[in-house]
Design a protein around this ligand. Sequence first.
Ligand SMILES: NC(=O)c1ccc[n+]([C@@H]2O[C@H](COP(=O)([O-])OP(=O)(O)OC[C@H]3O[C@@H](n4cnc5c(N)ncnc54)[C@H](O)[C@@H]3O)[C@@H](O)[C@H]2O)c1
Length: 295
Amino acid sequence: MKKVAIIGAGTMGNGIAHVFAQAGFEVSLIDVSQDQLNKAIATITKNFDRQVAKGTATEEIKTKALQFIKTNISLAVGVKNADLVIEAATENIDLKLNIFKQIDEHASANCILATNTSSISITKIAAVTSRPEKVIGMHFMNPVPVMKLVEIINGYSTNKEVTNTIVALSKQLGKIPCIVNDYPGFIANRILMPMINEAIYSLYEGVAGVEEIDTVMKLGMAHPMGPLQLADFVGLDVCLSILHVLHAGFGNQKYAPCPLLANMVTAKKLGIKTGEGFYTYAAGSKELVVSERFK
Ligand SMILES: NC(=O)c1ccc[n+]([C@@H]2O[C@H](COP(=O)([O-])OP(=O)(O)OC[C@H]3O[C@@H](n4cnc5c(N)ncnc54)[C@H](O)[C@@H]3O)[C@@H](O)[C@H]2O)c1
């Protein structure tokens, strides 16, 4: 496997392009927005500069890797010669189903089709293609160049050989793959999101404050980040939408999102990306300041 096409050049797409190019793959990075593609290249360059400064990469590796990445606004052209396509576009089911129909039409018959979705059923995505046995989940974690895990999700029809290929490939990227099956939230979000939701319920019911909840989990459970800080990092809108997937998928009340989370999303307090969630984020500052609303 030599050529990889990545669809979506946002947070995850640029990180995935970075790790593949660094490992010597030819990368075709595709997005509907040229502006987003330009931003992705700028971000990848900046992230390589940071690696060079830290001594984890050299100028030579950076220059080589950047040469391996070509950008494209046409999906049909961008996936044409790929051995593997990884879709990392916006988390929206209709959008993803439409993208997969197009990839299926334009990619070669042997090409493996992977998705980086956090919560959408791999089986559902596979069902709109003519090759469900070649469709698999390849769930990278954010930030991709730093995080070791790749959660590999077998759809109902995924072929064993395809899984083995993706496991070997993840190792080649220096990642640690974990294979799971396709049920709502897979493993990462099935366990993480109820924990975050319970932390928000504890705040909502007045059991403890933001700092206390996060401190208990950091110091008591050795988590590097408390659940409320992590929710701000992931994005509260993303947390809410994954909880809806778990709630609908299992039909179990234990996954019902906390009303406080729903209110915060409606009020556009989405965490780091909007500058306020459980904490406030002054531009450029790394200090953790609890939001006025929760003081
Ligand atoms: N952000 C995270 O922490 C994280 C972690 C793991 C998985 N994911 C998953 O990764 C995927 C991408 O998330 P993200 O955070 O990078 O989103 P993002 O909003 O940063 O980027 C999405 C990109 O997709 C592009 N796009 C939209 N429609 C497209 C189309 N038809 N063709 C090509 N490109 C298109 C957008 O222009 C945008 O650049 C989602 O499925 C998300 O659930 C996200």
